[in-house]
Design a protein around this ligand. Structure first.
Ligand code: ITT
Length: 207
């Protein structure tokens, strides 16, 4: 599946960039993040994951002239009617409760205070988009979902974002405790990438 030109990953999130590298490098695909290529992120103004992902990929492709891949993802919590969802990265800042992963997790735990495990259902969702070029009229779009629930406290470990408070229903433990390969095998992003790889083999069939 190798190709002479790298693909730009339209993300500035270090955790996502690390996971995508781990998922795609073994396939011989050369992926450079938009951070490496000096592409500044755009504000995310759309109201669906897929629109945000397309806008991110198109922006990175237009600046670099490369094919682009983007992930728009988030955590949907049943007790909060699907919030923070599309706004997962900005959850705390939208509620004037600080900013960043720690603040997001603290606010989430506060909002779910008093609810038992059955009332704490949640899932991660990743929508992934691949554009062959800036004006590609038919992006490849894939999706992955990972079911779980929100724990009662933070479990320190690896990962990023909401991993320290998300108990995944495959291994029944905090996602922050999973090794990187295990998370990639089970996660929303891992599933979206596997589905993407299956379709990319058409684009890179001569590689
Ligand atoms: P880019 O747009 O630059 O890729 P971002 O962090 O702004 O980075 P999103 O808008 O897609 O990306 O927001 C996704 C947020 O959802 C992310 O910041 C985390 O808070 C959360 N999230 C997504 N996938 C996650 C995962 O695998 N583990 C933990 N949290 C995750």
């Amino acid at each position: 599946m190798a190709d002479t030109q790298p693909i730009v990953f339209a993300s500035s999130n270090a955790g996502k960039i690390r996971e995508l590298d781990e998922l795609l490098l073994p396939l011989g695909m050369q992926v450079k993040s938009q951070v490496e290529l000096g592409v500044e992120p755009l504000p995310e103004t759309a109201v669906t994951f897929v629109e945000n992902a397309i806008v991110k990929a198109r922006h990175a492709s237009s600046i670099t002239g490369l094919a682009a891949i983007a992930d728009d993802s988030g955590l949907e919590v049943d007790a909060l009617n699907g919030a923070p969802g599309l706004y997962s990265a900005r959850f705390a800042s939208m509620h004037n409760a600080g900013s960043g992963d720690e603040a997001n997790n603290a606010l989430l735990l506060k909002k779910l205070d008093g609810l038992d495990d059955k009332q704490r259902g949640a899932r991660f969702r990743s929508v992934m988009v691949f554009l062959r070029h800036e004006n590609d009229p038919s992006p490849i779009i894939t999706q992955g979902v990972w079911e779980g629930h929100i724990m009662h406290k933070v479990t320190e470990g690896g990962g990023f974002g909401y991993d320290p408070v998300f108990c995944n229903h495959d291994t029944h433990q905090a996602t922050s405790l999973l090794g990187k390969d295990e998370k990639n095998k089970l996660s929303h992003r891992g599933k979206a990438v596997q589905a993407m790889i299956a379709q990319l083999s058409d684009v890179y069939k001569n590689g």
